[in-house]
Design a protein around this ligand. Structure first.
Ligand code: FES
Length: 676
């Protein structure tokens, strides 16, 4: 048979294809093409991890006629496996299936051999898998007086013979137990091998007697206020539990800078905060394991993302340098370490990987979001914004990526707002204002109806109407602007008091009465100012990056983080948080940083991708850019003093700009002579 006459095998969903001699196993074919098919038992048909499904039919697009007749029938080994464990209908063990003709082979993305309950999918996206951990079952020769090779050495021989692992590094903590484990397993053991960097020595990190089928990983985003974690089955790639907890460091300081100050003022401050965050991570790990019936000892890999200060505190590094220029990171590259080095309550030999930080204010969390959304993978100019107390901003495409952070402060999260509160039942989350009557209607978290609908009052009795959360603060200020209650400079117009009793005088300024009940909920002049300051900081940062890229518009905008998931992009644009853009191109992407961590956990190629990308990203320090202040001043106006929003204007009627009496530009901008 000539080489070209060999059967053609196409693997889905990867689309990888190749020709293989008749008799090659499907597992071998997958391996040689780099298609990830899990195997723990090394092709002994005992682990059941290598399941595939052959598709039948003529696939005209691929010019392949695939049939069950083109594979070897179920043999003794597969029958034996099926007697002990169930195998879903249509599935075969690829290690035992020989190729006899052309095939289209489906590699199921949901191979969950031990039927873990899937609690919550972190993301609907499927990622190619190439984890840093591999479970390898071997049968080791029994000791022989005539061949005085140690037990561990004979284990190494088999790991090389069966799995090709050469020059294995043994985690020292395993040495005292190796002999016991080998005997307990009657010389059959499962070794967990870690290899992340290509060319690095493989590391034996865990060993179990007999066949051990389970390996888990955690992907964790350590935010200043919240820590979010996914527990993932490494062989199947499925997220089996996700949970979050608040960051206990809040008791040392609400925002990042106050936590840095705490470290500076208290000799044991760093230690206390490191302990607190590690303890929270450990408690969260126990929680996700408990929810899904997983033994924390089976967690062998952990990937973390965090902003630079959280990143440093988690690793036990003093973050003082990050509190002052030049905002020097102790380490900016990816960190590879061991669970035991940072007191994680998972397998003693588990490995830990932290994504690289982009800059002193743009952390591994922004790197995670970048990996997830991939501005560097596309032609479009993508703006990626993660709004927190510090907004992290990334702008770019496959040619060039720039990044910065902007000190937005906590206003977007409801802090600094007189009636602000976190998003919880009772909080107002949506607001509309009638431009004629200036009467509002709103929605409250935990209540199904709008406030002007029947049934609202009864339902709201249960939750109360307690404050305004972040998403509604954006909407109410935007609606106040659209209905003329505030001017483009953000001043609550006292003349409106003649038109509506909702405009209240408070000292020399005015407020808008959003709700008058048990709790009076008003939007004050100071609240509007706080939002203006926050949004101006964000927009000025974005403008700096747009200037660096030499663009006037962006093609697509991604809002990462919890805040982005709740705000309506239209209102964000009305306020001028973000530049003008086709609204259909503005999307909230949830915890993109956490998704990036998940990707890096499931596939070490993503680690290399983000390490390379971060090296290429140009960092802009907003505090050092002379034009930041100018952009900031223009961005104080709604939506902006100088920038226009033509795409937004097609869907929203923006109030006409006032032209000042001196004939200058709206808002008093005058052209600087002889300079620009
Ligand atoms: Fe273990 Fe096929 S590789 S069953």
């Amino acid at each position: 048979m000539t080489e070209t006459a060999d059967p053609l095998v196409l693997f889905m969903p990867s689309g990888k294809r190749g020709r293989f001699p008749v008799g090659t196993t499907v597992l071998e074919a997958a391996r040689s093409l780099g298609v990830y098919v899990e195997s723990v038992c090394g092709g002994r048909a005992t682990c059941g991890r290598c399941q595939i499904q052959v598709q039948e039919g003529h696939f005209a697009k691929h010019k392949i006629s695939s049939s069950l007749d083109h594979i070897s029938p179920v043999g003794a080994r597969e029958r034996r496996y099926a007697e002990v464990r169930t195998i879903p209908e249509g599935r075969r063990l690829s290690c035992s299936v020989q190729i006899l003709g052309d095939l289209v082979v489906d590699v199921p993305q949901d191979t969950v051999v031990n039927a873990q309950v899937i609690r919550k999918a972190a993301t609907d996206r499927l990622f190619d898998r190439n984890p840093a951990i591999q479970l390898c079952y071997v049968e080791v020769d029994e000791p022989d007086m005539h061949k005085p090779l140690g037990d561990l050495d004979r284990l190494n021989v088999m790991l090389e013979k069966d799995w090709g692992w050469k020059d294995i590094l043994i985690s020292q903590h395993l040495l005292p137990d190796v002999q016991k484990i080998l005997r307990k397993g009657n010389w059959g053991v499962t070794a967990a091998i870690h290899r992340d960097l290509e060319g690095a020595r493989p590391n034996l990190i865990a060993l179990w007697p007999g066949l051990h089928n389970e390996a888990y990983g955690i992907a964790c985003d350590i935010g200043s206020t919240t820590i979010a974690m996914h527990l993932v089955s490494l062989p199947s790639g499925r997220v089996i539990a996700s949970s979050g907890t608040s960051n206990p460091q809040i008791r040392f300081g609400e925002d990042l800078m106050s936590r840095v100050s705490y470290v500076m003022m208290n000799p044991d401050g760093r230690d206390a905060m490191t302990k607190a965050v590690r303890q929270a991570v450990n408690e969260l790990t126990v929680q996700v394991c408990h929810e899904s019936g997983v033994d924390p000892n089976d967690i062998l890999d952990a990937v973390f993302v965090a902003n630079p200060i959280m990143h440093h505190l988690f690793l036990g590094i003093d973050p003082t340098e990050l509190g002052q220029a030049p905002f020097a990171l102790a380490v900016s590259g990816a960190v590879h370490t061991w669970s035991r080095e940072i007191d994680l309550a998972i397998n003693h030999g588990a490995r830990v990987y932290l994504l690289p930080c982009i800059a002193g204010h743009v952390g591994a969390d922004a790197a995670g979001a970048t990996l997830s959304e991939g501005p560097h993978r596309q032609d479009k100019m993508m703006l990626l914004v993660d709004v927190g107390t510090n907004a992290e901003i990334v702008l770019g495409n496959r040619d060039r990526v720039v990044a910065a952070s902007s000190p937005t402060g906590p206003a977007f999260e409801g802090a600094e707002i007189s009636c602000g509160q976190r998003a919880a039942p009772g909080a107002i989350e949506r607001v509309r204002i009638d431009p004629q009557t200036l009467e509002p209607k709103f929605r409250v978290i935990g209540v199904d109806h709008w406030s002007d609908e029947e049934g609202f009052a009864e339902e709201a009795e249960k939750t109360g109407i307690t404050g305004i959360c972040g998403s509604a603060i954006i909407e109410v200020v935007a609606e106040m602007f659209l209905s003329g209650i505030i001017s483009e400079d953000g001043v609550v117009d006292g003349d409106m008091a003649a038109r509506s009793p909702r405009i209240l005088a408070s000292g020399r300024t005015f407020s808008y009465l959003l709700h008058d009940g048990e709790q009076r909920i008003t939007v004050t002049q100071n609240d509007v100012r706080a939002i203006q300051l926050a949004k101006a900081a964000l927009y000025a940062g974005i403008k700096l990056l747009m200037e660096k890229q030499g663009v006037d518009t962006v093609d697509t905008i991604r809002f990462a983080g919890a805040f982005g998931s709740f705000i309506d992009p239209k209102y964000a644009m009305v306020l001028g948080l973000i530049p003008d853009c086709d609204l259909s191109e503005v999307k909230a992407v949830g915890n993109a940083a956490g998704t990036g961590a998940l990707m890096a956990l499931l596939n070490r190629d993503y680690r290399r991708e983000i390490e390379e990308t971060v090296r290429r990203i140009e960092k802009i320090e907003t505090a050092l850019e002379p034009k930041f202040q100018e952009h900031f001043v223009y961005a104080m106006a709604l939506p902006n003093k100088v920038d226009s929003f033509p795409q937004l204007a097609t869907v929203v009627t923006l109030p006409a700009r006032k032209v000042p009496a001196d004939g200058g530009e709206p808002g008093g901008r005058r052209r600087r002579r002889g300079r620009d």
